[in-house]
Design a protein around this ligand. Structure first.
Ligand SMILES: [Zn+2]
Length: 220
């Protein structure tokens, strides 16, 4: 049986926009699974259960931990976690950094000083054109006025704490798939393995010592 959810939308949650790392910009088939990753979080879905065509890769040789626990986490748990951590005003960057042409973005230039005996001294100092910043124009950070969960906060699940964007990705993925719960089935070092069903798993590499909010989990 094939899934009827929007598989492109789901896989796009996990790929990277970084054009310098093309391997992470598209989903690939590896060992019968379609995998999409930005190198921090990866989703794999049995290829038979999807409708799209995907290119095979011989890379993405990742070790998936064995299942060693079973905690059920619901969409409500994740929503509550996101609402409970400190909220901050959203900031977006506008404009771009423009390198200082005088120091070529290094922020330093050589200055020469001649003493009264006409001896010359050369020293490296802050560039006077950009005041040592290396930029003549810098991207501006603008507040949007919208309150969002602090992106630097962490949410504890069982023994690890995960980044806010990972929690948001999990929640988005559950919404697209149309499920209200997800199972945490392994936590090995910094790897957290989540299972949606027998065909879909998500591995998140993240570990923080301190969580700003802890999801209360009970083992199945
Ligand atoms: Zn400069």
């Amino acid at each position: 049986m094939k899934y009827s959810f929007n598989e492109k939308e789901l896989l796009d949650l996990f790929v990277s926009n970084d054009e310098s790392r093309p391997l992470f910009m598209h989903p690939y088939i590896k060992d019968g699974y379609v995998c999409a990753t930005d190198n921090r979080q990866i989703i794999r879905i049995k290829a038979d259960a999807l409708n799209g065509e995907y290119e095979p890769t011989d890379r993405m040789n990742l070790e998936w931990p064995n299942e060693s626990c079973d905690y059920i986490i619901t969409d409500k748990d994740l929503e509550k976690a996101l609402a409970s951590i400190p909220q901050v005003e959203e900031e977006i960057e506008t404009g771009e950094d423009v390198k200082c042409p005088e120091c070529d973005g290094t922020g330093t230039v050589y200055w020469e000083y001649d003493d009264r005996n006409f001896k010359s001294y050369e020293r490296e100092f802050d560039c006077p054109v950009c005041d040592g910043s290396g930029y003549v124009e810098e991207a501006q950070v603008k507040k949007t006025g919208k309150m969002i969960p602090d992106p630097t906060a962490a949410v504890g699940i069982a023994n690890n704490a995960l980044r806010i964007d990972n929690i948001q990705t999990l929640l988005e993925a559950m919404k697209i798939i149309g499920t209200a719960e997800i199972h945490l089935v392994a936590q090995v070092d910094y790897k957290n393995l989540f299972k949606i069903d027998d065909n879909i798993s998500i591995l998140i590499a993240d570990y923080f010592k301190d969580a700003d909010y802890i999801i209360k989990t009970k083992e199945e």
